[in-house]
Each structure stands twice: as structure tokens, then as C-alpha cells.
Ligand binder design. Structure first.
Ligand SMILES: NC(=O)C1=CN([C@@H]2O[C@H](COP(=O)(O)OP(=O)(O)OC[C@H]3O[C@@H](n4cnc5c(N)ncnc54)[C@H](OP(=O)(O)O)[C@@H]3O)[C@@H](O)[C@H]2O)C=CC1
Ligand SMILES: CC(=O)[C@@H](O)[C@H](O)COP(=O)(O)O
Ligand SMILES: [Mn+2]
Length: 381
């Protein structure tokens, strides 16, 4: 019986992880969960899984927990995350969204645990440090992101023979649009992802292709690649979750229906596999297509190549500016194309720090948020 902690259990990935645990109660026991504000759902999860300990980021609704439970271990705020994770467990799933996932990633790695990592931001903003912690504390990151789970499985121990990886992108809801068409698209339209059901921020990031830019950086660190070993192609059906091309020009790819329970299940069961109740592929009904990515319209891919080459605090600034810009777009304060303009402006103003410490990265994140907010509110920095 493996003991599991799920960080961000109230989110899309968190809820799907609980679904796998629910269906494999002979293999997995949920011993800790966390959320930011959604205490009502957290309470339902505590009751269903009889969870003994929880972490909440915001203390605002703490009273709801203390009123309902006598024997629950409750941890509150960022300063408590290390203590919360110290309990005896086998796998920590980090399904927190955004920069907030970084410290929980580091605390998990310091404990030498298996980390099933959905929070791609941790690797984007601090990839080198995160990989160093993994090595130093003999912990093990298993990717949850569908493309990276696919690549992890496709490499199959043959890292030294990789020529390049081919990261597939659905192209999002605006595939084929030009900049004129993108000018007036609404948050409602951008939230209609063609193949996946996800949280709001990542769904908007898929529409701008910032998500794919982040995934390029994530892949660089996870698999130790150079920027020129990473190719992005558009594959609208989201059936081939990515491919690896080896030096002999053979390719391996991983196919399944687009259902995150498959890569989450693999991150829990690795190196074994568990049966899954997700749908099978109808091979005879498949119509797979691949297209070049339009980098002039979707500039995030070009930016990601530049950021990978520059490294330092640039990736943290890229992520922070995007988090602020996406939030402003969702609140109808800026337009769709402004998202990338905000990111470019903030990157341009940033003084890059090479080989940053965690403190440098946190500072760059805070600086970039302020710069992005000022730019959005019409002031320049
Ligand atoms: N959804 C998907 O299919 C995929 C997601 N990912 C990655 O997984 C991560 C989660 O995505 P997704 O599930 O879609 O996101 P959601 O927005 O659906 O869920 C986010 C979760 O994180 C919690 N959370 C948010 N902010 C904080 C914070 N400051 N401190 C602690 N907890 C916090 C939320 O709590 P509350 O509910 O209380 O707000 C919620 O449980 C992201 O990094 C995303 O890029 C990767 C691949 C696919
Ligand atoms: C499910 C998953 O892994 C997402 O990150 C997905 O990749 C988003 O789709 P896009 O390919 O449109 O970015
Ligand atoms: Mn992905």
C-alpha cells in the first residue's frame, strides 16, 4: 500500500488523482491533501478518503476545518508546507498551479520522496536548482505533464541516443488564426480548449502557446537537452502525446486518448502499470495530422527558445509576467494579444541574473509581477 500526499487536491489534476486513488484503494492510501481556498471541496475529500492531515494556503476559512474536525492535523500557510510534508509517505503529487508550487517541490525533494510533478512552473522557473535537489537528496521526479510523461516513457533508458524530442501541441482553440483574428478573441472563446479539460491559467496558456513554451523549458531540464534538440509541432488531435527521435532516425511515440488520468496513473505506478478505466483508442477511427507551428503569430515559441538560451532569471520573469497577464485577460482588462506584449515588455526590462539562487528567483518573480501590473495599468516601469 503506497501512501500518497496530493498538493492542490481541489484542482483539475488533484481531483483526477483522487479519482485514481478511489479506483485503486487496494494500492494507494491518501494521507494528506491541500488547497488554497476551496475548503468546502477539501472537507468533502477529507470525509470521503478519511484523510488525517491537510494543508491550506489561505487561513481565511480555517474555522470551517476547526469547526468540523477534532482529530485532523491542520497546517496553514507557506511556512507550514515543510512540516506538513514531513509525514511518512511514499509519493507526493504536486498539482498546485503557478509559481506557488516551487517551494512545495523543493521541500518534497529535500525529503527524498518520489515527486509526481504536474506543477511545470517549478521546472520552468528553477529547473537547474530543482534537478540539483533531486540528485542531492536522491529523490525522483516523475513527470505528470502529458507530453513529458510520454517522452519519459519513450526514452526508455536510452537518453544517450536521443537526437531530439518532438513536443506535440494541440494548437489550442485559435489554431490557424492570424494576428488580426486574434485581436478581439474573448476569454470565453480562449477557455474552450479543443481536446483537454484543464484549469483556467493553463487553458489560456494553451491558446497563446505559452504553455508549449513552458513545456519546452520543462523538457530541457527534465531530460537534459539543448534548445536545438527540442522541436514543437502542432498535432490537433492530442493523440500522439510527444515523440523521441533517436540518432538512428527511429522514432518512439506514445498514443492514448487525451485523458490526464493515464499519465497521473503512470506517475503513481511507475515502474509498474495499473489498469485504467479510461477509454481505449479506436485505431480504425484515427485521423492523425501534424503541422508546422506558426511562430510569427504565436510568438511564445520563439520567446521560449530565446529564454532557454539566456536562462538565469529569464524563465521566472516569463512565467510571472504571464501569470499576471493571463489574470488580467480573464478579467477583461487586456486583450488576448496583450498577453504576449506584457511578457515581452517585462522580459525586456529585466536585468538577467545568471545561475540564480532560490532567493534571486523569488525576487525576480516578485519584481516581474509588479512590472507587469504597472505596465497593464498604463504606467511604465
Ligand atoms: N489540468 C491539466 O490537465 C494539466 C495541468 N498541468 C499543470 O498542473 C498544475 C495544476 O493545474 P490544474 O489542475 O489545471 O489547475 P487548477 O487551477 O485546476 O488547480 C490548482 C490547484 O492548486 C491550488 N492552488 C492554487 N494556488 C495555490 C497556492 N498559492 N498555494 C497552494 N495551493 C494553490 C488550488 O486550490 P484552490 O482550489 O483552493 O484554489 C487547486 O487545488 C499546473 O501547474 C498546470 O500547469 C500539467 C498538465 C496538464
Ligand atoms: C494535458 C496537458 O498536458 C496540457 O499541458 C496540454 O498539453 C495542453 O494542450 P496544448 O497542447 O494545447 O498546450
Ligand atoms: Mn502538457
Amino acid at each position: 500500500m503506497k501512501k500518497i500526499v496530493v498538493l492542490g487536491s481541489t484542482g483539475t489534476i488533484g481531483r483526477l488523482t483522487l479519482d485514481i486513488i478511489r479506483n485503486n484503494s487496494d494500492k494507494y492510501k491518501l494521507i494528506g491533501i491541500s488547497c488554497k481556498t476551496n475548503i468546502d471541496l477539501l472537507i468533502k475529500q477529507i470525509n470521503e478518503f478519511n484523510v488525517p492531515s491537510v494543508h491550506i494556503y489561505d487561513k481565511e476559512n480555517l474555522y470551517k476545518l476547526t469547526n468540523n474536525f477534532n482529530n485532523l492535523d491542520i497546517y496553514v500557510g507557506e511556512s507550514d508546507i515543510g512540516k506538513f510534508l514531513q509525514q511518512d509517505c511514499d509519493i507526493i503529487v504536486n498539482a498546485i498551479s503557478g509559481f506557488a508550487g516551487l517551494i512545495p517541490t523543493i521541500e518534497s525533494l529535500k525529503l527524498g520522496r518520489r515527486l509526481a510533478l504536474a506543477n511545470k512552473e517549478s521546472l520552468v522557473v528553477a529547473g537547474r536548482l530543482v534537478k540539483n535537489y533531486e540528485k542531492q537528496y536522491r529523490s525522483h521526479i516523475i513527470p505528470v505533464d502529458s507530453e513529458h510523461s510520454a517522452i519519459f516513457q519513450c526514452i526508455n533508458g536510452q537518453n544517450k541516443y536521443i537526437k531530439k524530442i518532438i513536443l506535440t501541441a494541440s494548437g489550442g482553440p485559435f489554431r490557424g488564426y492570424n494576428k488580426d483574428m486574434l485581436k478581439y478573441v474573448t476569454p470565453e472563446a480562449a477557455l474552450k480548449h479543443p481536446t483537454w479539460k484543464m484549469g483556467k491559467r493553463i487553458t489560456i496558456d494553451s491558446a497563446t502557446l505559452v504553455n508549449k513554451g513552458m513545456e519546452m523549458i520543462e523538457a530541457k531540464w527534465l531530460f537534459g537537452l539543448n534548445h536545438d534538440q527540442i522541436q514543437v509541432i502542432v498535432h490537433p488531435q492530442s493523440i500522439v502525446h510527444s515523440m523521441v527521435q533517436f540518432i538512428d532516425n527511429s522514432y518512439t511515440g506514445l498514443l492514448s486518448i487525451p485523458d490526464m488520468r493515464i499519465p497521473i496513473g503512470y506517475a503513481l505506478s511507475f515502474p509498474e502499470r495499473i489498469e485504467n478505466y479510461c477509454g481505449e483508442l479506436n485505431l480504425f477511427g484515427l485521423n492523425l495530422s501534424f503541422e508546422e507551428v506558426d511562430m510569427d503569430t504565436f510568438e511564445a515559441i520563439k520567446l521560449a527558445y530565446d529564454i532557454m538560451k539566456e536562462d538565469g532569471t529569464y524563465p521566472a520573469v516569463f512565467n510571472a509576467a504571464d501569470e499576471v497577464a493571463v489574470d488580467a485577460f480573464l478579467r477583461n482588462i487586456i486583450g488576448f494579444l496583450d498577453i504576449i506584449d506584457v511578457i515581452k515588455y517585462v522580459l525586456d526590462k529585466n536585468k538577467n541574473i545568471k545561475n540564480p539562487t532560490i532567493a534571486d528567483i523569488i525576487e525576480a518573480n516578485n519584481w516581474a509581477r509588479t512590472a507587469a501590473k504597472r505596465f497593464i495599468s498604463g504606467r511604465t516601469y
